[in-house]
Design a protein around this ligand. Sequence first.
Ligand code: PHB
Length: 397
Amino acid sequence: MRIGKKRIGESMLLRAAAVALLGAASTLAAQAQETVKVGLILPMTGGQASTGKQIDNAIKLYMKQHGDSVAGKKIEIILKDDAAVPDNTKRFAQELIVNDKVAVIAGFGITPAALAAAPLATQAKVPEIVMAAGTSIITEKSPYIVRTSFTLPQSSSIIGDWAAKNGIKKVATLTSDYAPGNDALASFKEHFTAGGGQIVEEIKVPLANPDFAPFLQRMKDAKPDAMFVFVPAGQGGNFMKQFAERGLDKSGIKVIGPGDVMDDDLLNGMGDTAIGAVTAHIYSAAHPSQMNKDFVAAYKKEFGSRPGFMAVGGYDGIHLLYEAIKKTGGKVDGDSLIAAMKGMAWESPRGPISIDPETRDIVQNVYIRKVEKVDGELYNMEFETFKDVKDPGKTKK
Ligand code: PHB
């Protein structure tokens, strides 16, 4: 009897333990399901590290301001440093999708990195949010790509028209020798020459560790009214330093271009050489909206530096994901998320933006700005606005 009672007691205990274990396991499973993983692939080291840092910072700031949960899902960011090497990007994207089961891949500091991940996004039906890279063609490489950065033709076409209309007759071009540089050059040339301008010198510099000095003498000798410059985020400081060292700042040659060369992140370090540079771009730290004032103040408080245009690409990219998850009521399969993102419109620190439902590319204002000193600091001061600009590189095809 005693033995029997003990057996019964034991089996009841065992059953209770099993039930408890099952309960715990299912709670764990539920919790695991509630987490939405985001694979963030960025250059945190190497020549493009300033891009990675800005985007990572901006996402951290957004999540601090808005919390790390949305529509009952906890958002977990898994950051990988690809050092802007496309083979790394591809390997990380694969690992994140297959092993970590991320719902979304995001980031992509340069065009070759964004392109390297595109086939994986398509195969796995995982959205790829491009927060930095700017070559037109990127969004055409997968139906799962959405972009929150910009395209080079958005800004280069506008500065091309502006230059022709504002007394600039001869331009020498200096562009980084890869896809976005070629996009920038082609659309600038098309618009500037259509307005009567002439290209007197065309120079392409390598993407990695460019030494501008040997080319700057040729630029000076060509005696243009202005120099059209595209270098990717992170390189403008070095470019302007060599520009001054070679005496081009005293030659009367104006710097014009898309705004990448005058990244707010580096602008103060360039010194007075930068004053007067006119660029067309999608973001200035001096954009006069209340939302931007708050964004710049919060970013500075958190990280001790000024946000640049790459930071807004990250801030808006994570906002797009949060809003899409809200809209799907927590469904995070690729097709539901992409459908939710198409056509979404909101106010960004850069101004009003939306996602073109046809192309999944960003539609945004482009501003013409001039570098000025305000209260002892250099800023890109916006003086003309082109509203709701779609990527001209795409509408032509
Ligand atoms: C790009 O590689 O697409 C890229 C990178 C940095 C920029 C612009 C474009 O500032």
